[in-house]
Design a protein around this ligand. Structure first.
Ligand code: ZN
Length: 89
């Protein structure tokens, strides 16, 4: 399955391959549904996830990622990007 991942440096989406059996979701009616984090492949319940800043659908909806990735790698890249954006201006 190919998702889209935002590249802050290039300012464009890059194709992001994940295994077909990962249950990645942007939305679930059931907050207890077990979904897969598209960053790390860990399973967690939908209600414990966060909307990704980076991994999106064709239409720009963010997939649900695990807490660890959201506050870890995504937050780091986001802050680095924000820091850079500030020095440019
Ligand atoms: Zn994760």
């Amino acid at each position: 399955m190919t998702l889209k991942k935002w590249n802050y440096v290039k300012k464009e989406y890059e194709p992001y391959e994940i295994p077909n059996d990962w249950n990645v979701k942007t939305y679930s009616e059931d907050t207890d549904e077990v979904v897969t984090c598209p960053h790390c492949g860990r399973n967690f319940t939908f209600g414990d996830g966060y909307t990704s800043h980076e991994i999106h659908t064709e239409h720009g909806f963010g997939y649900t990622v695990c807490e660890k990735c959201y506050f870890g790698q995504e937050h780091e890249r986001y802050m680095r990007y924000k820091g850079k954006a500030r020095t440019i201006r």
